[in-house]
Ligand binder design. Structure first.
Ligand SMILES: Cc1cc2nc3c(=O)[nH]c(=O)nc-3n(C[C@H](O)[C@H](O)[C@H](O)COP(=O)(O)O)c2cc1C
Length: 193
């Protein structure tokens, strides 16, 4: 069972750090994992040319062509985003838009897979919940089963306060609690599916 982690930060810092902790936990529980970073990648927004509707593939020859088969193969997704301007990064938004081409090929291509979110903000209340909701909305649209932290100590997904620093995010005890709760639910859901 392959789990695809997508890191939406343009750099290898706090978001990739916590995503890799999540992926390590999955690896230790016998899941195959792939970490796809947008950093250094050439990914463009959808241009709404509708080429995909007729030709069942995207016309834009950029690094999404590397990501498309990984998205198709994955049973589960961890979308990890830094908070940029109160929500998901534009890189994550572009990936979401470009998934239109996958469903132009097969409407059910993502249906029944499982997804969770990680949001990392420099501020404590900098837009993490909104970013998680944006990711969850993407999951709903694609009929992907959403996992959060569950009830009693509930959370919508993993939410971190980085204070803009790799050293500081390591001290975010609450953030790691949200990650642990969410990843445990994620693994349980995957095992049932
Ligand atoms: C363009 C930009 C906009 C940002 N906007 C916010 C914001 O609205 N709220 C917030 O909490 N942090 C904001 N930040 C800070 C980042 O979310 C924070 O530094 C995060 O840890 C960066 O993740 P990274 O280290 O993986 O790149 C912003 C950073 C950038 C570069």
């Amino acid at each position: 069972m392959m789990i695809l982690g997508i890191c939406g930060s343009p750099r290898d810092q706090t978001t990739n750090y916590v995503l890799n902790i999540a992926l390590s936990k999955l690896k230790n529980n016998s899941f195959k994992t792939i970490d796809f970073e947008v950093r250094g990648k050439d990914i463009h927004p959808c241009q709404h040319c509708d080429y995909c509707l007729k030709n069942k593939k995207c016309i834009i020859e950029d690094d999404m062509q590397e990501l498309y088969p990984l998205i198709e193969e994955a049973e589960g997704f961890i979308i990890a985003t830094p908070i940029h301007c109160g929500g998901i990064s534009s890189q994550i938004k572009m990936i979401m838009e470009r998934c239109r081409a996958l469903e132009a090929k097969d409407l059910k291509i993502l249906s029944g897979k499982t997804g969770m979110s990680i949001a990392v903000g420099g501020d404590r209340v900098g837009g993490q919940e909104l970013a998680i909701q944006e990711i969850n909305t993407f999951y709903i649209i694609h009929n992907i089963n959403i996992v959060g932290g569950g009830s009693f100590g509930a959370n919508l997904g993993a939410s971190f306060w980085s204070k803009d620093s790799l050293e500081e995010i390591k001290k975010d005890k609450y953030g790691f609690e949200t990650l642990n709760r969410t990843i445990n639910n994620f693994m349980n859901s995957l095992k049932k599916s």
